[in-house]
Design a protein around this ligand. Structure first.
Ligand SMILES: NC(=O)C1=CN([C@@H]2O[C@H](COP(=O)(O)OP(=O)(O)OC[C@H]3O[C@@H](n4cnc5c(N)ncnc54)[C@H](OP(=O)(O)O)[C@@H]3O)[C@@H](O)[C@H]2O)C=CC1
Ligand SMILES: O=C(O)C1=N[C@H](C(=O)O)C[C@H](O)C1
Length: 267
């Protein structure tokens, strides 16, 4: 069996470690490289609490390392400052980036799309790899057809860099496919303290909570006449993302364009 060769950027991080532990258990996947600013020179197995793997963590991602690994895909769980450069590096090396890192803006995603087209390779980006979160977004899109008034509360651990979360933004994107931009709340409302009503996208307010103890949680709250509908998803551990990440690795190695969203790979 020809194995899919996987390189992981952000290998020492919370998601990177979980991804590596999972890849090491999959028979059709082969870990061929690991990069991170932390634990440089250490065997990646020891970093993730597994036996020795024979692959050292190489430091920030370099095109030479990626090329010499002969990777098919690069899984990126780094940070909003590194992900664009890493994705471009992968595409230039002929490696399909699987981008889990959030925080890319529209212009940056456009840059990736342009480079993918120029280099005739593929790329995959998913703000959320959890099936429950995908369903939450799908149900929210459906509900917005009947309940146009909606607020989002997203809650994450306090080490998260970007706000609002990629999932909240993707949820809004889906809702705006079926709901026109509108003003929510009283037209004359005002904030006594700046930010009290959260971030406003086309009238949908996003409130970002950051607290220790949390992992990743989101409520999409719809208000209607005499009723409210709340759709909630909770990630209680990072294992929740693994089936989606593994599916994406298997589906992405043959991509020839930029694809956004795990729902593209679900039946
Ligand atoms: N799509 C999804 O389903 C999910 C997405 N995420 C996203 O994934 C990203 C990572 O999350 P998380 O694992 O919690 O974050 P962590 O901070 O735990 O891990 C990120 C790691 O990447 C390292 N890093 C930074 N720059 C580079 C670089 N250029 N090359 C290699 N490694 C680098 C960091 O090092 P240092 O600390 O020294 O900077 C750190 O060790 C976030 O954007 C988060 O929002 C998270 C969960 C699910
Ligand atoms: O930083 C995280 O942890 C997460 N980030 C993603 C996001 O911004 O939506 C996905 C998930 O919420 C966990």
């Amino acid at each position: 069996m020809k194995k899919i060769r996987v390189y992981v950027a952000g290998a020492s991080g919370k998601m990177g470690q979980e991804v590596i532990r999972t890849i090491l258990k999959e028979e059709d996947l082969l870990l061929v490289g690991a990069s991170d600013t932390r634990h440089q020179g250490m065997d990646v197995g020891f970093v993730v609490g597994a036996p020795r793997v024979g692959i050292d963590i190489t430091g920030p991602l370099e095109i030479e390392n990626l090329r010499s690994s002969r990777a098919d895909v690069l899984v990126d769980f780094t940070n909003p400052q590194s992900v664009l450069k890493n994705s471009k590096t992968a595409i230039m090396a002929g490696v399909v980036p699987i981008i889990g890192t959030t925080g890319l803006d529209e212009a940056e995603i456009g840059e990736i799309r342009t480079l993918v087209e120029k280099e005739k390779t593929g790329a995959f980006l998913a703000p959320n790899f959890s099936i429950g979160a995908i369903l939450m977004m799908r149900f929210a899109r459906e509900s917005a057809k009947y309940f146009p008034n909606v607020d989002i509360i997203e809650m994450h651990h306090d080490q998260k860099l970007d706000a609002p979360s990629g999932t909240a933004l993707k949820t809004v994107e889906g809702i705006l496919e079926v709901r026109e931009p509108m003003v929510q709340g009283h037209p004359n409302e005002y904030e006594k303290i700046q930010g009290a009503r959260g971030a406003d996208i086309a009238g949908i307010h996003i409130h970002s909570v950051r607290l220790p103890g949390l992992i990743a949680h989101q409520e999409v709250i719809f208000g209607g006449l005499g009723q409210a509908l709340t759709i909630r998803h909770d990630a209680f551990s990072r294992e929740t993302y693994m089936p989606g990440v593994m599916l994406s690795i298997r589906k992405s190695s043959e991509l020839t364009e930029l694809v956004i969203g795990l729902d593209n790979f679900l039946d």
